[in-house]
Write a protein of this length. Structure first.
Length: 228
C-alpha cells in the first residue's frame, strides 16, 4: 500500500480508534463462524484495527496479527501480549511460511486494496493457509463507489470517503477466489451501536429483507467463507 494509505490507517487505528467500534457487530459474527469451523490451531488476522476481534480470538487460538501500521502494531503488543504481531511487507507479502495457518480473517480490509494488491493478497492467503484451512472475509456488498465519493477543495482530489477501491459482487468473488476448493457467500445487515427505538426498528426491517428474503439493499455486507 502507498505511504498515504499507511498514514490514513495509522491515524484511524490509533488516534481515531473509537470510530472502529461500529465494526464490532460484524466481528462478533466472524468470531462465531470461526469458532464453528476452525476448531483449534493457528489463526491470522490482517488489518486488525483496534484489536477487538483478535483479542477475543486469542483466548482460543494461537493468533498472529499482521498490519501495515508499525505504530498500531507497537500499541497492540502492549494491549494483547499473547498475540504475535508482524508488519506486512512493502509489496504486501505476509511474513509467514507456506501452509502455516488453520484459519485466516480479514474484516473490512480487502475493499481498500488496488487490483494489484488484492490479487497479491489473495495469493498470499492461499499460500499461508494449510490444506483444508478456512478463510473468513467481510467486504461491503454491491457498493456503488461513486455514491460515497468526496471532493477536497484544498488539493482538488476526488476520493472515496472510507478509502474503498473495490466494488464486490458474487461473480467477482468467485473469480478472485477460484483457486480455493470451497467458496460460500452470504449477505448480512449489521447494526450500529447506540441505535434508538426507531433506528432499531429500521435495522430489523432491513435485516429481514436482506438476510431472510434474499433481497439486496444498500448497506449490506458480504460474509465470505473460503476453504483451501
Amino acid at each position: 500500500m502507498s505511504n498515504n494509505d499507511q498514514k490514513l490507517w495509522t491515524y484511524h487505528q490509533t488516534d481515531n480508534a473509537k470510530k472502529l467500534n461500529a465494526g464490532h457487530p460484524r466481528q462478533d459474527v466472524l468470531l462465531n463462524k470461526i469458532n464453528k469451523i476452525v476448531k483449534k490451531g493457528k489463526v491470522l488476522e490482517i488489518g486488525f484495527g483496534d484489536g477487538y476481534l483478535l483479542n477475543k480470538l486469542s483466548s482460543g487460538y494461537d493468533c498472529c496479527g499482521a498490519d501495515i501500521s508499525a505504530e498500531n502494531i507497537e500499541q497492540m503488543k502492549k494491549r494483547i501480549p499473547s498475540v504475535k504481531f508482524d508488519l506486512i511487507g512493502v509489496d504486501g507479502e505476509l511474513p509467514y511460511e507456506d501452509n502455516y495457518f488453520d484459519g485466516f480473517v480479514a474484516s473490512e480490509v480487502l475493499e481498500h486494496m488496488t487490483d494489484k494488491e488484492l490479487v497479491l493478497c489473495i495469493n498470499e492467503i492461499r499460500r499461508v493457509l494449510r490444506k483444508d484451512g478456512y478463510g473468513i472475509i467481510i467486504v461491503p456488498a454491491k457498493e456503488n463507489l461513486k455514491d460515497n465519493e468526496c471532493f477536497c477543495p484544498n488539493c482538488s482530489e476526488v476520493f472515496h470517503k472510507w478509502g474503498h477501491k473495490q466494488c464486490w459482487h458474487e461473480m467477482k468473488i468467485h473469480s478472485l477466489f477460484s483457486g480455493f476448493d470451497k467458496i460460500k457467500i452470504k449477505e448480512y445487515y449489521f447494526s450500529s451501536p447506540g441505535l434508538n427505538i426507531f433506528g432499531a426498528l429500521g435495522y430489523w426491517a432491513r435485516k429481514i429483507i436482506i438476510e431472510f428474503l434474499n433481497f439486496h439493499m444498500d448497506g449490506a455486507t458480504f460474509v465470505i467463507i473460503i476453504r483451501k
